[in-house]
Design a protein around this ligand. Structure first.
Ligand code: OAD
Length: 262
């Protein structure tokens, strides 16, 4: 007889039934999903070389205008961390859910590629990607050189590459504070919300940054059951029907196991 894997005792039967019966599940992820891969969450990211800085002050167009080498250096350091990391059991559990439900829409605020590397084919990247930089002047995409960026040798600063079309500076392909989300990404979210979502799983996000933080509320208004997985309390606690307190890499695999027995 196979030993039964550990299962948190507090996954209610009502939630298991809702997942088994769901036709369309939306999964919204934040930095907490990548935490167990060793990627610090957005608000914990300023470690080591970067501890004197505030993430919010580096992630803006004006920060890039004022000090492009500092900002590009920070994002290259983060890209290096991501490329040295591997997907964790939370990323893999989301791939499994997609195998069990007729439809799954994955929306991520993360700018890493760990969902894709785990096997999720088309996550909606609401806040862009570290891997798709573009020209700050003419917006043309820039192809990064192969390989992992190296730790800067001369401190934190790294000169951004130049655009081969206009000579402008290349910027990270992420959404900065004060910028709009990519149109195509928000359109895809709106479409998904309108298409009979039965269950929305909000995983590892502080639910502080809008408009991403409005997605669970909108799903709830469309009739979806909202489930949150997070070790800490968030603004979403009041809206979520189920708050599963714990780390995504532990709770999600247990939830998949309890729901579909695999
Ligand atoms: P935050 O850093 O704001 O929040 C991370 C959340 O993950 C917190 O609520 C933690 O409690 C939770 N957490 C930590 N470890 C976890 C684990 N192992 N399992 C599950 N949850 C865990 O990150 P986000 O909510 O993703 O936007 O931040 C949203 C946006 O804020 C980011 O995309 C970024 C930032 O502004 C832009 O850069 C535009």
């Amino acid at each position: 007889m196979r030993p039964s894997p550990a299962m948190p005792p507090d996954i209610p039967e009502q939630l298991l039934c809702a997942l088994r019966d769901a036709r369309h599940v939306i999964v919204l992820t934040g930095a907490g999903v990548s935490a167990e891969s060793g990627i610090p969450t957005f608000r914990d990211a300023m470690a080591g070389l970067w501890e004197r800085f505030e993430a919010e002050n580096l992630a803006t167009p004006s920060a890039f205008r004022n000090d492009p080498e500092l900002v590009w250096g920070w994002y290259e350091w983060r890209r290096m961390q991501v490329m040295q990391a591997e997907p964790n059991p939370a990323h893999l559990a989301i791939v499994k859910i997609a195998l069990h439900v007729p439809r799954l829409t994955l929306i991520t605020q993360n700018v890493d590629d760990l969902h894709e590397r785990a096997g999720s084919s088309t996550p909606i990247h609401l806040h862009g990607s570290l891997f798709h930089p573009r020209c700050f002047a003419c917006a043309r995409p820039y192809t990064l050189p192969p390989g992992t960026p190296r730790e800067p040798t001369n401190g934190r600063r790294v000169a951004p590459p130049k655009c081969s079309h206009c000579g402008g500076r290349v910027r990270p392909g992420v959404v900065w504070f004060g910028e709009s989300l990519p149109d195509h990404a928000w359109r895809a979210v709106t479409k998904a919300l309108e298409q009979d979502c039965d269950v929305l799983l909000s995983i590892g996000t502080s639910s502080l940054v809008y408009p991403a933080a409005s997605i669970p509320t909108q799903a709830c208004e469309h009739g979806a059951l909202v489930v949150q997985i997070n070790p800490a309390a968030t603004e979403l606690d009041e809206i979520a029907s189920f708050n599963l307190r714990g780390r995504a890499g532990e709770v999600l695999p247990a939830l998949v196991q309890a729901t579909w027995k695999d």
